[in-house]
Design a protein around this ligand. Structure first.
Ligand code: NI
Length: 138
C-alpha cells in the first residue's frame, strides 16, 4: 500500500454542507473515503478518454425468440475475442436473455464492441460499465 498523506482543503461552507449531505446519502462514513472515490472516478474517466488500458462490463438484454440473433452476437464476440475475459448468459424470462461480458483492453476497442452489440436488431438494451484495469486507481 502507498504512503498515506494528509492535506488541507479550503472551500465554501455551503459547498461543504452539500458535500456532507451527498456523502451521507451515498453511505460514506467519512469525507476521506468519499474524496478518494471521487478522485478515482476522475482518473478512470481520464484513462477511458485517452484510450488507455481499461476494464469493464457490457450488459445487454435481447430477444430470445429472434432467429439468428445469438449467432450474430457470438460472431461479434469472436471478432473481439482478445478483449473478452468472460461472458455470462442468463435466461431472464420466457422472452429475454441477459448477457454480461467482462472486458479488458484498449478503451476505444471496448467502445467499438459495445457499439457493435448495441446496433444489432433485437438487442433491446445495452450498457457499458466503464471501470479500471486496476493500476490507475491505487
Ligand atoms: Ni437465454
Amino acid at each position: 500500500m502507498s504512503e498515506l498523506v494528509r492535506f488541507g482543503v479550503s472551500l465554501e461552507k455551503s459547498l461543504l454542507d452539500k458535500f456532507d449531505r451527498l456523502i451521507r446519502e451515498r453511505r460514506y462514513t467519512n469525507r476521506s473515503e468519499a474524496l478518494r472515490d471521487l478522485i478515482r472516478q476522475e482518473l478512470v474517466k481520464k484513462t477511458w478518454s485517452e484510450d488507455l488500458e481499461v476494464a469493464g462490463a457490457i450488459t445487454f438484454i435481447f430477444d430470445h425468440h429472434q432467429r439468428d440473433l445469438l449467432n450474430r452476437i457470438t460472431d461479434i464476440q469472436h471478432d473481439y475475442q482478445k478483449l473478452i475475459i468472460s461472458t455470462q448468459h442468463v435466461h431472464l424470462d420466457h422472452d429475454n436473455c441477459l448477457e454480461i461480458v467482462a472486458v479488458r483492453g484498449k478503451a476505444g476497442r471496448i467502445q467499438d464492441l459495445t457499439d457493435s452489440l448495441k446496433a444489432i436488431r433485437g438487442v433491446r438494451h445495452c450498457s457499458l460499465s466503464m471501470s479500471s484495469a486496476g493500476k490507475d486507481v491505487r
